[in-house]
Design a protein around this ligand. Structure first.
Ligand SMILES: [Zn+2]
Length: 157
């Protein structure tokens, strides 16, 4: 089905889906395998000493391989967040949802995930609950597949 845009040009509005497989490699394979045990690991750079989450096979700043695995906390603090209240293609869950940048305790890089566990339809509650620096903890799904969504969401502590 086509429609006319503001300039009178015909446009098609379609939703596309592309199924693909991507090799994770040994680093991300181990990283996600640890999720099955509700553990989050990063890798430490021997030069800059940063613990990077998700675990990586090399430090992009120092250009050195990383092979020291470090377990970090399932808790951390929110560095930034946004509330999504509309549906778009490829979204990780039904709206409304909060996606947040989280600094997990023991890590030095930002981790992106969902924050939930309270009424997200109440915007005043969301504003009172979600602050920069809000402490959050991972809530794990019972059934795990070894993927990022094994963490259902992070909840405010
Ligand atoms: Zn480094």
């Amino acid at each position: 089905m086509y429609k006319l845009n503001k300039k009178g040009h015909a446009i098609l509005e379609v939703e596309a889906s592309l199924r693909y497989e991507s090799a994770t490699g040994p680093t991300w394979w181990r990283y996600f395998e640890e999720f099955k045990n509700e553990r989050i690991f990063g890798t430490r750079c021997p030069v800059c000493k940063r613990v990077l989450i998700p675990a990586r096979s090399f430090c992009a700043d120092c250009f050195v391989p990383l092979d020291e695995w470090v377990q970090v906390s399932n808790e951390g603090q929110v560095l930034g967040w946004s509330l999504t209240d509309y549906h778009y293609f490829g979204m990780p869950t039904d709206p409304p949802f909060i996606s947040a940048e989280i600094l997990l305790d023991g890590s030095d890089s930002n981790f992106y995930h969902l924050v939930s566990g309270f009424d997200l339809s109440d915007l005043e509650l969301v504003r009172r609950t979600m602050k920069i620096g809000t402490r959050v903890r991972a809530v794990w799904k019972k059934e795990k597949k070894g993927c990022i969504l094994d963490i259902d969401y992070f909840e405010p502590i």
